[in-house]
Design a protein around this ligand. Structure first.
Ligand SMILES: Cc1cc2nc3c(=O)[nH]c(=O)nc-3n(C[C@H](O)[C@H](O)[C@H](O)COP(=O)(O)OP(=O)(O)OC[C@H]3O[C@@H](n4cnc5c(N)ncnc54)[C@H](O)[C@@H]3O)c2cc1C
Length: 375
């Protein structure tokens, strides 16, 4: 059996690890990514706040040594899901099982003025570029502005606000600064009122301003202000922007895309094409865009492939379960344990911030690093 996995992010790395662990070289896995390395989403904040260097958060695919798994650094240029045929800049592949895990791209141009007047911090390069303006900011208003309704890791902009507060306190400039978070969401983490309250309480204690249900339509570069859908403006001296997200072009140009994303059967992650699955940020699965969800989906697809290989009934179903860690600043981390699909309605249970949860989050990263890259 030849399994072709497009994308070696959270989803692709977990899927290839599960298949190798269970089936070894009995199954041929080709794992394709355009990059030569992986970066955890949360590491972008570490880079932006100068807690580490951009190089030290890169994990290189050349270090993957897993029976049955062949990593190829290639750019996927065409996907024909009907034929399970993939073309890259270096070759062509025919799959028995095809899994698309290409993530979400950032559409900076979708918000007029963002490229000229703001800094996006959701890509590794963007986070590195934002580091200097953040570390040298001494007075005025920083606006964290979310440009679209779907974005990776919904708590991340809130974490950014709390970490900015720490950064300014540390440098003694907090009194001369305002921190404003502008979001289209009604609350910081809509699935969990307790988590939202925990974050809003932390904002109130620190004087961080929160503007919910605020849709950005563009940026007035001359006035240095966000234009909101209600006609008002929010002025800034420094704009940290979360761009509109979109599926990668190669997905949009394929037979998989419907309304901009890949629709999947939520319990199985199957697409409308036989033996073609999609996991993670490039799907329209009814869960947030986050690594933990991509990883959980990958485990379900892996279980299905393993069962099929062994001739067993495929009974594993995806329930949208995951743990998201939230940095509250002052070296503390909170946690929300969510279950989107397993019960009558989505639930999210909040664990308040502490240094014990900080240690858990560190383990979350280091255990994945060891599992996916060894060492
Ligand atoms: C600031 C920030 C903080 C975050 N914090 C967290 C957190 O604490 N916890 C959490 O769970 N999630 C977090 N996330 C979200 C998380 O990073 C993503 O949701 C997750 O990486 C999605 O996994 P994926 O496998 O779907 O896609 P990705 O991990 O994005 O992987 C997609 C891969 O596809 C490759 N690719 C794309 N197009 C092509 C092509 N044409 N050819 C070849 N390869 C291609 C890319 O190079 C990439 O490696 C955070 C994100 C950000 C931005």
């Amino acid at each position: 059996m030849h399994v072709v996995i497009l994308g070696a992010g959270f989803g692709g790395l977990e899927l290839s690890s599960c298949l190798s662990e269970e089936l070894g070289s009995d199954v041929q896995v080709t794992l394709i990514d355009q990059s030569d390395h992986f970066v955890f989403g949360f590491a972008k904040l570490d880079v932006m706040f100068g807690r580490t260097s951009a190089e030290s958060v890169r994990y290189y695919y050349r270090d993957i040594v897993k029976p049955g798994v062949d990593f190829r650094q290639e750019t996927v240029t065409s996907i024909n899901a009907g034929a399970k045929h993939v073309v890259t800049d270096k070759g062509e592949y025919d799959a028995d099982v095809l899994v698309v895990a290409l993530g979400a791209d950032l559409d900076i141009a979708a918000t007029p003025g963002l490229a000229e007047a703001g800094y996006e911090f959701y890509s590794p390069e963007g986070a590195e570029r934002a580091r200097e303006p953040v570390s040298s900011f001494e007075s005025g208003t920083v606006v964290i502005g979310i440009m679209g309704g779907f974005f990776k890791c919904p708590p991340a902009p809130c974490e950014t606000a709390l970490l900015l507060h720490d950064e300014f306190e540390k440098r003694g400039v907090r009194g001369a600064t305002r921190i404003v978070l502008v979001t289209p969401l009604p609350s910081p983490v809509p699935i969990s009122p307790d988590t939202s309250k925990g974050i809003l309480d932390a904002f109130a204690e620190r004087g961080i301003e929160f503007m919910p249900q605020s849709r950005v339509t563009g940026i007035d570069t001359a006035a240095k202000a966000l234009n909101l859908a209600d006609g008002s403006q929010v002025a800034f001296d420094l704009l940290l922007g979360v761009p509109v997200h979109k599926a990668p072009e190669v997905v949009l140009a394929s037979d998989l895309a419907v309304d901009g994303w890949i629709p999947v059967d939520a319990p199985t992650l199957a697409t409308s094409f036989p033996d073609v699955y999609a996991v993670g940020d490039n799907t329209s699965a009814p869960v947030p865009r986050a690594g933990v969800f991509a990883e959980g989906q990958a485990r379900v697809v892996a279980a299905g492939i393993i069962d099929r290989f062994r001739g067993a009934a495929d009974e594993t179903r995806y329930e949208g379960v995951g743990t998201c860690y939230i940095e509250f600043g002052q070296d503390t981390v909170g946690r929300v344990d969510v279950n989107f699909l397993g019960g009558p309605q989505p639930v999210g249970i909040f664990t308040p911030p502490s240094t014990a949860v900080t240690a858990e989050k560190e383990h979350f990263g280091s255990s994945r690093r060891a599992r996916w890259f060894g060492g």
